[in-house]
Design a binder for this molecule. Structure first.
Ligand code: AMP
Length: 470
């Protein structure tokens, strides 16, 4: 074999750039804290969350809505296309980033867009319509944190897809209203119609013409809204802008026949159902996908008293009302064009979402009692190693018999365990010591009267069940 002459490989003169080191995160030695705008939900809070979850399930069952769960992370484009490019949520509030594959993704700021996406991708148009779905879970918005406003918050929502009838608008409003009312809150409905793209086009011209005459007095944000998102001029919270909005043309005067009839029918249903509502011409909501009916549920005045009367008047512009608007407990409306906009067939839909943290804040503010976490009936106390082992078996037997039982296995002293039992407010404590173990008995202490008796160990479970009426 001929010898192959090795060629000398010339080193390239160009300096090859070293692969960038992954950015080094400086790790502080301080104890990590929860992020601003995020919060932990500790055991003491859970009774409120349980009440809300229970009410969500009850209301969904009563009105025929089925549960869906969606990922927390979606393509960013889903929200840009549905919520709208020039909305506060998309412009300022999304947690968006590129994943390791270079895909642009966002933590969901809301779930209606996901409902629409899922309706299309799972071919739900082939199911009997309307398809009624509900969800419950966390949303993320990089908002300025304050009371009732978090960067991770939870919503439960109800969406009815595939039918245009105004009865569905009324039903979604009714169930949202009932949800809050049945939790004990005094609430009222703020409602408006923002028409369809056809009637809105003409209205926007009128609105812009009016606001142009007031341009110099508008806040900087509204000056931008004037060209980018004129409808949102109406719900600016700045005092000056609010005053200007008083005399702005009202969209209800510009609705096309179809939108007007639809709105009148929704109101007729609400009248029939005696739901207190307020026609609020400033209510436009901050998301682009809404058409026709939009609504919010606001806390009412005080608890237990009458809710503000049904009125067709413009709400008065005052600070109090501002606060309420920021504290809307729930919001929703129709979104007849969203599914088509995302590539599905034209499919009308209507939905609502309820802010869970804000609802809990209101429940607390109004001192509304919610059921405590499930209570224990029995406490198993033990003294000595063999008794500890036996009492673990007894505990299992009691638990399997459906008895709500607590224990003090990790404690050695009786005093300690009895104190625990009292804190848990149990009716009886079973005490197993070495003596009882060898005699085949167990002590039964009535925690209310403090009376203690010795009972037969083998009959203890039956005895307890009898006393508890199980
Ligand atoms: P939206 O999805 O903006 O229509 O909001 C519906 C409801 O979610 C509101 O009425 C609030 O109760 C709640 N909500 C919206 N944003 C936040 C937030 N940043 N923090 C807490 N709750 C919120």
């Amino acid at each position: 074999m001929p010898k192959i002459k090795r060629q000398k490989v010339k080193k390239p003169k160009m300096k090859i750039k070293e692969k960038a080191e992954p950015s080094v995160i400086k790790i502080s030695k301080k104890t990590p804290q929860v992020l601003r705008g995020f919060k932990d939900i500790l055991p003491a809070e859970q009774k409120y969350w349980n009440s809300i979850r229970k009410k969500t399930n009850e209301i969904a069952r009563d009105y025929g809505f089925e549960r869906v769960d969606f990922p927390l992370l979606e393509e960013t484009a889903l929200f840009i296309r549905s919520v709208g490019k020039e909305t506060d949520i998309v412009e300022k509030e999304m947690f968006s980033f590129e994943d390791r594959g270079g895909e642009k993704v966002s933590l969901r700021p809301e779930a209606t867009a996901q409902v629409a996406r899922a309706y299309i991708s799972h071919g739900m148009l082939n199911l009997p319509q309307p398809v009624k779905l509900f969800y419950i879970g966390p949303m993320f918005r990089y908002d300025r944190p304050q009371s009732g406003r978090y960067r991770q918050f939870n919503q439960c929502g109800f969406e009815a897809i595939g039918n245009i009838h105004p009865v569905l608008d009324a039903q979604v409003i009714l169930m949202t209203f009932n949800f809050l009312k049945e939790l004990g809150l005094n609430v009222n409905v703020q409602i408006n119609s923002i028409g369809c793209p056809n009637c809105r086009k003409e209205y926007k011209v009128q609105l812009i013409n009016y606001y142009k005459t007031q341009r110099s007095d508008l806040c900087p944000d509204c000056k931008i809204r004037l060209t980018k998102n004129p409808l949102r001029l109406l719900d600016c919270k700045e005092e000056k802008c609010r005053a200007i909005s008083e005399d702005a043309p009202q969209i209800v005067d510009w609705l096309c026949e179809e939108c007007k009839n639809h709105f009148v029918k929704v109101l007729e249903f609400l009248d029939e159902l005696e739901i207190p509502y307020n026609l609020n011409s400033r209510l436009v909501r901050g998301l682009d996908y809404y058409t026709k009916t939009v609504f919010e549920i606001w806390p009412g005045h005080g608890q237990g008293g009458p809710i503000s009367p049904v009125s067709a008047e413009k709400p008065e512009g005052n600070e109090e009302e501002d606060k309420k608007a920021q504290n809307a407990l729930a919001g929703g409306g129709r979104y007849d064009n969203l599914i088509e906009l995302l590539g599905g067939r034209p499919t009308p839909a209507v939905g609502a979402s309820i802010g869970i943290e804000r609802t809990i804040l209101k429940l607390k503010e109004a001192n509304i009692e919610v059921p405590e976490q499930e209570k224990f009936d029995i406490f198993v106390a033990q003294l000595g190693e063999s008794a500890k082992r036996e009492s673990m078996k007894l505990y299992e037997t009691l638990r399997k018999e459906g008895i709500k039982v607590a224990e003090g296995f990790s404690k050695d002293g009786l005093k300690n365990q009895l104190e625990n039992a009292s804190k848990l407010n149990v009716k009886y404590t079973l005490i197993l010591g070495q003596k009882e173990l060898s005699e085949g008995t167990i002590l039964l202490r009535d925690m209310e009267g403090g009376v203690q008796e010795t009972i037969n160990y083998s009959k203890a479970v039956k005895d307890i069940k009898k006393r508890l009426g199980i």
